[in-house]
Structure formats: structure tokens, C-alpha cells
Design a protein around this ligand. Structure first.
Ligand code: SF4
Length: 419
């Protein structure tokens, strides 16, 4: 699954290292591979990309709107998801990087991640935190420990603290509301929550306390596949897409995303995932490869009964597929904040994050979780950055970002909506 892609010094389509442009031929709906000189993917009505490449100018807000009016079609998406030729894919990556530059700028926003608890009541078939994983040692941070992490985020110049956990009802509504209020009173940080499918009353109370954003991956838009890997909790149906709409109604910025290469996931499904990102008008979108955990039902089945001849429709869980998804996500949702995920960095520790940043991403999430807990937050094995201290993560990520010619974002770095 590892790629031999080189470490990058600059993104290919950043102004300093712009890829020479050929004629910017753009044909809506076309799926045939175009000439190598075409720097814009088939089907992208990206007038601003085309004009920007010809003249080297930055797009205006009005140009940017053309991205929003003319998205890639499902057929275009399928074409690009199935594309394997690296030189053709470079045109896709360059277009995504250009749109990223035009729509969200060169700043890379740092979100300090605090994994506040690894308890979970759910049984998601792919996840190492699932309740059925009895070998896992469980932990839950105290309010003081979380506050210390938030203060560290401020000290390190991060604009956001992300509190993440399994669906843990040991994290009580009032306890967390108090903690959010304290963080908001003491710091200028934006507060992002990622705590699973909590009841609306909890979500409303946390929003009321000042939480700004909520992350909830729907993982796949295929209802049947979704149901196979997300068993319900008792009689409570699981509908993450509906919950995302509720979160939006409560006033949160909403983030979601999918895994790439889940057994049973087809290219058609992945194309529909991208269409759903756009339909939901997501503010943040994370995509990363599926990494099997051996102590989960899905990982166990893959290890003991591997599919001898996977169907041609099965999406592989490769690094390359993840980059294609990052780039297509940027083209479908130009204004969204898109992280270079830890899962990508896990497949390619040397340059995965940099490559994602050069292919549409504009966010990274340095880990602030106290080191003694990191290894216990094992959604999948061999996760990147589980032994490094918060100080080390900060230094490492900042120097990686600067090596790309990008800047470090300041302030909360919320979704920017262009007219
Ligand atoms: S994916 Fe989330 S809800 Fe599901 S088992 Fe893992 S931590 Fe729990």
C-alpha cells in the first residue's frame, strides 16, 4: 500500500512552482482521457482555474463561484476514481491544488487534537475502539487534563481544539458543557467536538455552551454497506447523515468524511459519497484509507478469509485512492476545510501529509493528547505520531508546512463562505 512518491519541496501548482499550462480545454461531462497538456480535469467548468493557469492571476470571488455552479458529474467522478495513470492524475492534483489556492488560500490551519476518551458503546465493525474490543485498556481524561491541552494549543499558536472520543456516555452533558464554557472563557480557541451519535439534547447543550463545530463521519453513502458496518445501538437507528443535518440546524459548522477502500465499497459508492459531500454543503471533510484492525470483525475476516479475487468494482484501500479522493473532494467542495488525515500519514509517514496538502488539503491536526494515552486511542494499528510529544508534533508539522512554501494559519480558521 505504500507509495514511492518523493518528498515534495513545493506544491506543483503553488504560484512559486506553477506547472506550465497547456491550453485550458474544459469539457463538461466528458470522461475520455484528455491530452497531457490539459491541466484541468474533464468535466470541471473551472473557469478560474483555467484563467489562472493561463495568466498566473488569482481568481476573484466571482470566478470562484463558477466552481460552485459547475461541479463534476457522477460520470466524471467515476472516471477520475478509476484513473490509474500517474501522469494523468498529476493534472487532477494540480487542478485541486489550484482550486485550494484560489478558494481557501495558502495557509494551513492547525487543529490541536485531544483524544479525551477511548470508551465507546458502539460496535462499528472496523474500529479498534468498539465496545467489543475487550483487550483495549480504556481511559478518560479529566477536565484538568483537557484544559491543560487547550492551554498548550494556545501556547503553540493553534486556532482550534478538537475534542474527540468514542460514543462515551461517561462524558456527561453538563460536565462537557462546563468544560467548553471554561475553554471559551479562558482562550480564543474554536472548539470542535467529535463524540459520535449523541442525543440532540447533548448536542444542543454543547452548542449553547459555545462549541463551534462537530465532526461526524458518515463513512459511506451506501445504506446497505453502512448498516453492515454500523450495528444499531439497541433499538436506536443509526443515521449519521440525518444527524449532520440536525447539527447544522443547531448552528454548528459540520464536518464529515469517509473511509476509502472498505470491503464492499464500489467506485460508484465513492462517487456518490462525493456528491453527498456537496449536497450537505460540508464545512470540513476528512477522507482517509481504510486500515484494517486485526481485533475487529472486519479486520479479522480480511485476515482469515481474504477475498481471493476481489471484484473489479472493489475500491482498493491504497494511498493513491486516498489522494484521488482528497483532490476530488476539493474540486467538489472548493470552500471546505480538508485535512491531510492521520490515516494517510500512517500509510506514508515520510510524506503523506505533504502530498495531501499539495493535492487539495489545507488543514492538519497535530496531536495534543498526553503521550501516555496515545497508543490506547487505537482505531487502527500503527497510527502515525503516537509516541511523539505535543512539542515534537508542533515542530515537525510546522517545518513540513513551511517546506512546501505554505504558511501557518492564524485564528480559528473556520469555513470561509465566498459570495
Ligand atoms: S467508529 Fe466511533 S462510534 Fe464506532 S466504534 Fe469507533 S469510536 Fe465507537
Amino acid at each position: 500500500m505504500l507509495s514511492s512518491l518523493p518528498i515534495l519541496n513545493h506544491c506543483s501548482s503553488s504560484p512559486e512552482g506553477a506547472t506550465p499550462a497547456g491550453p485550458a480545454h474544459v469539457s463538461a461531462g466528458s470522461v475520455a482521457p484528455g491530452p497531457r497538456t490539459n491541466p484541468v480535469p474533464p468535466g470541471l467548468h473551472a473557469n478560474s482555474v483555467a484563467a489562472g493557469l493561463r495568466t498566473g492571476r488569482s481568481a476573484s470571488a466571482a470566478d470562484g463561484a463558477s466552481h460552485l455552479e459547475s461541479p463534476l458529474t457522477e460520470t466524471d467522478l467515476l472516471h477520475w476514481l478509476r484513473e490509474e495513470d500517474d501522469s494523468r492524475l498529476e493534472t487532477l492534483y494540480a487542478a485541486a491544488d489550484r482550486v485550494r489556492h484560489e478558494m481557501v488560500g495558502d495557509a494551513v490551519h492547525l487543529r490541536g487534537l485531544v483524544e479525551i476518551s477511548n470508551h465507546c458503546v458502539r460496535q462499528c465493525a472496523y474500529c479498534g475502539l468498539r465496545a467489543g474490543h475487550t483487550k483495549l485498556v480504556r481511559y478518560r481524561l479529566s477536565a484538568d487534563e483537557v484544559l491543560a491541552c487547550a492551554r498548550q494549543a494556545v501556547e503553540f499558536g493553534y486556532g482550534t481544539v478538537v475534542m474527540q472520543a468514542g460514543e462515551d456516555y461517561g462524558i456527561g452533558r453538563s460536565w462537557l458543557a462546563r468544560l467548553i464554557r471554561q475553554i471559551k472563557a479562558e482562550t480564543p480557541l474554536a472548539v470542535t467536538l467529535s463524540l459520535g451519535e449523541r442525543p440532540v439534547e447533548d448536542l444542543a447543550a454543547w452548542r449553547e455552551a459555545g462549541a463551534d463545530r462537530y465532526l461526524l463521519r458518515f463513512e459511506t453513502s451506501d445504506r446497505e454497506l453502512y448498516a453492515r458496518i454500523h450495528p444499531p445501538l439497541g433499538s436506536r437507528p443509526s443515521d449519521r447523515v440525518e444527524l449532520l443535518r440536525t447539527l447544522r440546524g443547531l448552528g454548528y459548522e459540520i464536518g464529515s468524511g469517509v473511509m476509502v477502500g472498505i470491503p464492499g465499497q464500489t467506485y460508484e459508492t465513492l462517487a456518490r459519497d462525493l456528491l453527498l459531500f456537496r449536497e450537505l454543503d460540508l464545512d470540513m471533510i476528512g477522507v482517509g484509507p481504510y486500515i484494517p484492525h486485526p481485533d475487529t470483525p472486519l479486520g479479522e475476516r480480511l485476515a482469515t478469509r481474504p477475498e481471493p479475487h476481489p471484484s473489479a468494482d472493489q475500491v482498493p484501500n491504497t494511498e493513491k485512492m486516498a489522494y484521488k479522493m482528497v483532490a476530488l473532494t476539493r474540486l467538489m467542495c472548493p470552500q471546505a476545510n480538508i485535512p491531510g488525515t492521520t490515516a494517510i500519514a500512517t500509510l506514508n509517514q515520510e510524506s503523506g501529509r505533504e502530498l495531501a496538502l499539495c493535492r487539495g488539503a489545507n488543514v492538519v491536526m497535530p496531536n495534543l493528547t498526553p503521550v501516555q494515552y496515545r497508543a490506547m486511542y487505537e482505531i487502527y494499528p500503527a497510527k502515525a505520531c503516537i509516541t511523539e510529544t505535543a512539542q515534537h508534533c508542533r515542530g515537525c508539522l510546522k517545518s513540513r508546512i513551511r517546506s512546501l512554501g505554505r504558511t501557518i494559519g492564524t485564528g480559528p480558521g473556520g469555513r470561509r463562505r465566498l459570495a
